[in-house]
Design a protein around this ligand. Sequence first.
Ligand code: NAP
Length: 283
Amino acid sequence: MTEINGKTKIVGIIGHPVTHTLSPAIQNAAFSFLKLNYVYVPFDIKPEKLKDAIFSLKTLNIVGFNVTIPHKEDIIPFLDELDETATKIGAVNTVINKNGKFTGYNTDCEGFTETLQKDANFNVENKNAVVIGAGGVARAIVYALLKNKIKKLTIANRTLENARKIADNFKKYFNIGIEILPLDDLSKLSIEIRNADIVINATAVGMEGVNGLLTLENFLHEDLFVFDAIYSKSTPLLTATKIKKIPSMNGLGMLVRQGAKAFKLWTGIDAPIDIMFKSLENI
Ligand code: NAP
């Protein structure tokens, strides 16, 4: 790690909890490789302390920070400006400090698009997609799919109302009707998945400590690509794709690529993406 001195610039991540975050490893590896005098630190901020935390980070004149669960949507009223993508998505994962004013961005969207294109060689244009989940990451993924001209899009979620909110939000910006389904309507879900080219898990199911089985194994078919936003290499969904020999990918590439976009926003310098990927080799 770069030696900390009086000129060290601070960036970080706010979330609750943050103990499992991989972002410090990724960002500090990049700063160290480029010999930039920055340090990236985690801040565990409880939801009821979010407003105070933003005020404190501004007072400390932090360069910028990432935002993770559960603050991605709730932070918006406390920011001074939002860029266009974050406005449309309705969620922020990166903040930069421009002369004491905090501007919110969403780099999850580009991180997802780039990982599909560069790491999976998958082009979403004119394809059919099923997104499972309707939280912060689902919003960014749905926006990325719509922006990249998906043909048909279905969102399945445990709480149907949350899926409806996303569909209603994006109606304002895109001409494609989004179908919504409750996650337990397995007969409809099986039809949607059988007609899909890509299925995306954007729920927390598969994450350490989150139970809830995505019973999709029987619906998976050989013309499908499966993307699981979870960082783990062996979620139940990914394990099922391996057994069925279906191409799939976990969320690590998206994590690195959204982090690289945030790095560029804070420093103005292109991130050393290979070094960022390398920092995760031993997790
Ligand atoms: P979030 O806003 O809290 O949303 C969580 C989603 O998971 C909701 O759709 C929720 O359904 C669903 N869910 C939670 N527990 C469930 C269960 N037991 N059964 C079924 N559905 C369940 O979280 P998020 O920010 O979208 O993050 C979701 C996942 O994506 C996390 O695991 C996170 O680590 C991962 N992620 C990855 C990246 C990346 O770069 N790869 C970036 C961000 C997040 P309800 O609406 O019914 O509550």
